[in-house]
Every structure is written in structure tokens, then in C-alpha cells.
Design a protein around this ligand. Structure first.
Ligand SMILES: [Zn+2]
Length: 265
């Protein structure tokens, strides 16, 4: 299947750049594909962690609630396993940096990511929602406050929330756990304003993230994908840019920058 894949042409990149510059409120949706290029193994698909080790229990959140102390002990013990190792050493790749540049240029208004790896933040992105949480953060399931890991002392497990004494858990959303309401509201708010979505490194089939992109399309907005392979999202995309996001997104950002300069002069 990979043999027939041809990377995006300059004409396709230019068409996407024009559409993004003409949009009133472009946002982006990213997924595992952009993380893989930073060395983070995906969960699903060939070579995925869940494919190798089995899916985590579908009631992970209920297991946490039933015995938070044990869940915290497990979390601390697992800190050097196959998933956590790559997370600790991963660095943003040119795809993350290109999206952060697009934000800094005042073009990209918001980013919704399904990734928990913190790499968009490390690339300098500021207006973003991490729909499945952030592995570096700890969240109070009662007041919703988030803390950096180093802010929380682990001498008592489960550690209490410094703000409200409530129950703390990893910010990453477990199976069976509702996506935090503040994150969902932010995503709904920005996607309601959006007239274009850059879908990068995701087939956009996992809800609720996929729903935000599909809703923009249904309202007459445009979808531009930057994905290595054709997937379910491709048939509803206005422009498909094939290739690694770490290659396609920098070309796109450069084209937008050039086009804007040309329009201004
Ligand atoms: Zn709290």
C-alpha cells in the first residue's frame, strides 16, 4: 500500500495555503501520526502498544475510582515502561513546530489534539485543547484544577488536591472517564467559529475529536488533511496533502508565509 503513496505536490501545497489564508478562523486537529514522527509509539494499528500488549481495561476510570491508592502505586511503578520511556525523551518535530509557527503568525486560531505527549506545548503552541489530557499534568477530578507533576507531593497516596483537597488523578483521560467539561466546551466553542480545519496525523475517526472536524465540514467549512495515508477522513477532505506531517506541514507554513508576503507587497 505504501508503494503508491506520492507526497503532496507544490501545487497541492499552494492550494491548501490559499484556502488557509482565505479562511476566517482556521483551526487544527492532530492525532497520533504527528507523535509517531517524534518516536512515540501509537496505541492502535501495526506495532501499536495496544496491539502488542492488549487494550487497557475499558473501565479504567472505574478501577481508578474503586481504589485510587492502588492506581497511583501502579502509575508510579510503570514510569519506566515502554510507553513512558519514549514520552520522556520525545521532542517536538518539524510538524509541531510548523503548527506553532502558524499560530504565532496569527493564522491558526486553535488546535485540538488527541495526543497526550505535551509536544505541541513544547513546540510553543499556546491556544490548544488536549482532548485526552496531558501525561505531564495531574488533574483534580473534583475542582478540575491541573498541576505540573512536580507540584504534587507523593508521600501520601492518593495525593490530595492542593486547592480543594479533592481526588487527584493523571490528566490523561482513562477509558470510561468523561472528557473534562472545560476541554469539551473549549473545543465546541472554537470549532463553532471555525471555517477550516487542518486535520494532521489522524484519520479523525475517534470521537469526540472527529465530530468537531465533521461539524465544521457540515456547516460548509473546509477540511485539509496532512496524512501519510488515505483514510476514512480523506473522502470528505477538500484537499489531501500526502506525506509525513513533519515534511508536509513545514512546506505548508512556508507557502502561507510566502503567499502572505506576496499579497502584502
Ligand atoms: Zn481540587
Amino acid at each position: 500500500m505504501a508503494s503508491s503513496v506520492q507526497n503532496a505536490t507544490d501545487a497541492e501545497i499552494l492550494a491548501a495555503a490559499r484556502a488557509i489564508l482565505d479562511a476566517r478562523y482556521p483551526i487544527a486537529l492532530t492525532g497520533a501520526g504527528i507523535s509517531v514522527e517524534s518516536g512515540i509509539p501509537p496505541f492502535r494499528g501495526p506495532g501499536g502498544l495496544w496491539t502488542k500488549y492488549g487494550e487497557p481495561p475499558m473501565n479504567g476510570y472505574q478501577i481508578f475510582l474503586a481504589d485510587p491508592k492502588k492506581a497511583w502505586e501502579d502509575r508510579i511503578r510503570r514510569q519506566n515502561d515502554e510507553l513512558w520511556g519514549p514520552l520522556k525523551v520525545a521532542k517536538p518535530n518539524p510538524g509541531h513546530i510548523a503548527l506553532a509557527e502558524l499560530e504565532a503568525m496569527g493564522i491558526l486560531r486553535f488546535l485540538i489534539t488527541q495526543n497526550v505527549d505535551d509536544l505541541h506545548r513544547q513546540a510553543g503552541h499556546s491556544a490548544l485543547a488536549e482532548i485526552h489530557g496531558n501525561w505531564k499534568l495531574i488533574r483534580c477530578i473534583e475542582c478540575g484544577a491541573r498541576f505540573r507533576g512536580e507540584e504534587i507531593r507523593l508521600d501520601v497516596l492518593p495525593p490530595p488536591c492542593p486547592k480543594c483537597d479533592g481526588l487527584l488523578k493523571s490528566d490523561t483521560v482513562s477509558f470510561g472517564e468523561p472528557i473534562p467539561a472545560d476541554v469539551l466546551e473549549e473545543c465546541a466553542d472554537h470549532s463553532a467559529r471555525a471555517d477550516l480545519v487542518i486535520v494532521a496525523g489522524t484519520s479523525a475517526t475517534v470521537y469526540p475529536a472527529a465530530g468537531f472536524a465533521i461539524e465544521v465540514k457540515q456547516r460548509g467549512g473546509k477540511l485539509i488533511e496532512a496524512n501519510l495515508y488515505e483514510s476514512e477522513i480523506t473522502r470528505i477532505c477538500d484537499i489531501s496533502l500526502r506525506g509525513p506531517t513533519g515534511e508536509v506541514l513545514p512546506r505548508l507554513t512556508a507557502a502561507i508565509s510566502d503567499l502572505r508576503k506576496a499579497r502584502l507587497s
